[in-house]
Design a protein around this ligand. Structure first.
Ligand SMILES: *[C@@H]1O[C@H](CO)[C@@H](O)[C@H](O)[C@H]1NC(C)=O
Ligand SMILES: *[C@@H]1O[C@H](CO)[C@@H](O)[C@H](O)[C@H]1NC(C)=O
Length: 457
């Protein structure tokens, strides 16, 4: 599926048919990417700021085979780094030998130095373009004391993201400098893996995915997304560039920076800008959904079938919109799962059986399971419940529809359903329910996967 997150969703009218398939689903989950999901208040109590590496931590196990050849780049920003980066330094990044945290401000976060990649941007542009106001304030005041309350505003106030959010507006300028920073930081890595601070990487699946690929081939792997005519890899889902692709990209962009700065000024999404430079550099995107996705673990739809992809048997390589608690939880599971020698991969079916299914109940109040298929009167000749529907009307309706796995009733008594069981997220005023017998019967039918379904270039 060409999954479009909410911040791209409202551009639907501009999206050409190749992209149309399922992005509607994503319109409705009003979540935002890394730089855009900021905390409401700027100040974070000292006690919550945890050190990344404490002296009590056990030494790292021997490095995972292949991880030495990878540079992991995590993109963050001054308005979110303290909240979102330390958890990674304790978990996913702790034993990663080559890593780089890129930001809009150089500082120490839990013992790790961030790299200010915006120092690479043309100084005149930084002075004149208003997007850099936050950057310039942080520079002038030596960091967070330069931030103002608006910098922490996280309201989505436009069709194209959070145009009222200074950190978000600045974010698009980091993508191209980040590429150059990464190339200089470790020129000889086989693979460059780009993540955001709310992206969860499943390293063993990533390594198994890359293993058969040739880094001397120009490869760009990511979650396909489209804005206007441009197809690119979504930033928050995480994307990968091979050694050859990095060289080709750097050589292409370095002599044309002014031209692409002007292009960036006119765009609102930095991942789209980068994707267009990569396209123009002649590197094709390998459509890598569902290995890399826009959604969190709790939004994962293991039953879905889009783009002829067998999600059930696909390894999950990333989840997005993962908050620090989700990251801790997933890390614990990840460690346990792979400690078992019989588990070379973690498939969506494993995620469903082990993490999602055990968290489902018959129903849950103040909960949104993202069931949003509207009843259609002719559907299998079954009449939808009248509005307002009671939860039991809605449940009964779902029970009578073949393939309906879950339902949701909103605060106005509107009943919607879906064919996939999704755990979902808390949301007041909604009641969500799952038809667990149907879910379990379907899981049985889907069975166990003999071989993982990989997307290959
Ligand atoms: C990359 O360079 C570093 C030092 O510059 C060296 O230690 C390392 O072995 C090289 N790695 C590869 C994959 O060539
Ligand atoms: C390893 O996984 C297999 C299959 O999922 C399970 O039967 C077995 O009990 C697990 N072993 C351990 C030590 O957890």
């Amino acid at each position: 599926m060409l999954s479009l997150p909410a911040r791209y969703g409202r551009l639907g009218a501009l999206i050409t048919p190749v992209a149309l398939i399922v992005f509607m689903i994503h319109f409705l989950s009003a979540n935002f990417g890394s730089e855009d999901s900021l905390t409401g208040s700027g100040a974070i109590p000292e006690a919550e700021l945890d050190a990344g590496t404490s002296p009590h931590e056990p030494p790292c196990p021997p490095p995972l085979p292949g991880i030495e050849d990878i540079l992991v780049v995590v993109k963050t920003g001054i308005t979110e780094a303290q909240e979102k980066v330390p958890v990674h330094l304790r978990t996913t990044l702790r034993c990663i030998p080559h890593r780089l945290i890129v930001s809009d401000y150089e500082e120490e976060i839990a013992g790790e130095r961030t790299h200010d990649v915006l120092r690479r941007v043309d100084p005149e542009l930084r002075e004149t373009n208003k997007d850099f106001a936050l950057y310039n304030r942080a520079q002038t005041h030596g960091g967070r004391s330069g931030l103002i309350s608006q910098d922490m505003n996280k309201v989505a106030n436009g069709a194209t993201g959070m145009s009222g959010n200074p950190g978000w507006k600045l974010d698009k300028w980091k993508f191209l400098p980040m590429i150059h920073e990464a190339a200089e930081f470790r020129p000889n890595a086989s693979w460059y893996v780009f993540l955001e601070a709310d992206t969860y990487p499943i390293w063993r699946n990533l390594l198994a995915w890359l293993e058969p690929m040739d880094p001397e081939q120009a490869l760009y792997l990511g979650n396909q997304m489209q804005i206007e005519g441009i197809i690119f890899a979504h930033g928050g889902s995480g994307f990968v560039l091979s050694q050859a692709a990095m060289r080709q990209l750097v050589d292409f962009h370095a002599p044309r920076q002014d031209e692409w700065d002007r292009f960036t000024e006119a765009q609102w999404a930095g991942d789209c800008v980068l994707g267009e430079v990569i396209n123009k550099a002649g590197i094709p995107l390998t459509w890598s959904w569902p290995h890399v996705t826009t959604g969190s673990l709790w939004e994962a739809d293991a039953f879905s079938h889009h783009y002829q992809r067998n999600v059930w048997c696909s390894p999950a390589v990333t989840f997005h919109h993962m908050n620090p608690t989700d990251i801790e939880r997933m890390w614990e599971f990840d460690q346990e799962w792979f400690a078992n020698q019989t588990h070379p991969h973690l498939l969506y079916s494993d995620v469903f059986r082990n993490l999602i299914r055990p968290s489902l109940n018959f129903h849950r109040d103040n909960w949104d399971n993202l069931a949003d298929d509207k009843p259609s009167p002719g559907d299998h000749g079954i009449s939808p419940p009248a509005i307002p529907a009671s939860p039991s009307d809605c449940e009964e309706y779902c029970a009578s529809l073949p393939n309906c796995m879950q339902y949701r009733v909103d605060d106005r008594g509107r009943c919607t359903t879906s064919k996939s069981p999704i755990r979902g997220v808390p949301k007041s005023g909604l009641r969500s329910g799952w038809l667990l017998d149907k879910v379990d019967a379907h899981v049985e039918e889907l069975g166990y996967c003999d071989i993982p379904a990989w997307v290959m270039p």
